[in-house]
Ligand binder design. Sequence first.
Ligand code: PSU
Ligand code: MN
Length: 304
Amino acid sequence: MTLFVMSPEVAAAKDAGTPIVALESTIITHGMPYPQNVEVARQVEATVRESGATPATIAVLNGTLHIGLDDAQLNALATAKDVMKVSRADMPVCMATGRTGATTVAATMIGAHLAGISVFATGGIGGVHKGAETSFDISADLTELAATPVTVVAAGAKAILDLPKTLEVLETQGVPVIAYGQDSFPAFWSQTSELAAPLRLDTAAEIAASHAMRARMGLPGGQLVANPIPKEAEISADQLAPIIAQATAEAEAQGITGKGVTPFLLGRILELTDGKSLEANIALVLNNARLAAAIATELVNHKS
Ligand code: PSU
Ligand code: MN
C-alpha cells in the first residue's frame, strides 16, 4: 500500500519536474469560518497557478494522506465535522485509524517531504504561546522546522504568541528565520514588529540557494521565510493589542488548553475585529503563495 495519494495535477508536475507549492489544511478547518475557508483555499491555489507553480493542498481523508486535493475534496474538508487537527504526533494515528484530519504546519511539512516537495506556503506558523513559562505551550511547528527540510513561507508569527520567545526557540533549534525584503521580523497582521529578524534576504533566488546549500551540507531541517503582509492590508499592532489581550484572557478563564488554544484565539479575534482580521489573513496568505511559487521556481532552476 502506498503511503500517500497524489492528485493527477501534482503527479504530472512531479513527472515534469515543474515547481510545486504545498499548502496546509488546518487553516481551512480550524483557522477560518465556512464559506470563506473554502473560497480562500481556492483563491490560494489559483494564485499559486498564476505564479507558475502547481498547488498541493495536503490533508488526511478517511485515513489516506492526500498530496493535492480536487475541488470536491476541498469542499468536503471545509464542511466536514469532527476533523482532527493533525500535527506530527497525531498524523500516524489519524492515518492508521482511517480518520479525517487537517494538517498543521508541522504535519504539512512531513507530507510535503514524503512527496518530495520543498516549498510550502501558509499564513502564520505556530510558536511559543504567551505564558509558556508556566503552560509549556510551544508549537510542534518549531521542532518540525528543525527536523524536516522544507522551506516554509509565512507572514511571521501572530501577536497571540510570544514573539521574542518564538525567535529564541527557533535560534536554539538552528532554524534560519529569514525576513523577506526588510530587517524587521513581520508580525502577521502588521508588516513589522519591534524585533529584528535574524536574517534577511531580498530575492527568491537567494532563498532557494540557501535551501539548496542546506541540502548539500546534509543539514536536517528547513527554513522559515517571514514575508510581510502587503501595506494596504495591514492592521496596526496598537489596534490589535487590546483585542489579543481580551481573547487571551478569555481562553485562560475558559480553561482552553493544548491544541484548542490557537483555533479559539483566531476565532475570537475574528469576532472582535468584525472580520477585519480575516481580510488581512487572506491578503497575506495570497502574498505568501506568490513568494513560495517564486522560490519553488528558482529551486527547480537551481537543480537543472
Ligand atoms: N497560526 C495562524 N493560523 C493558523 C495556525 C497558526 O496564524 O491557522 C494553525 C497552523 O496550522 C499551525 C497551527 O500549524 O495552527 C499551530 O497550532 P498549535 O499552536 O496548536 O501548534
Ligand atoms: Mn500548542
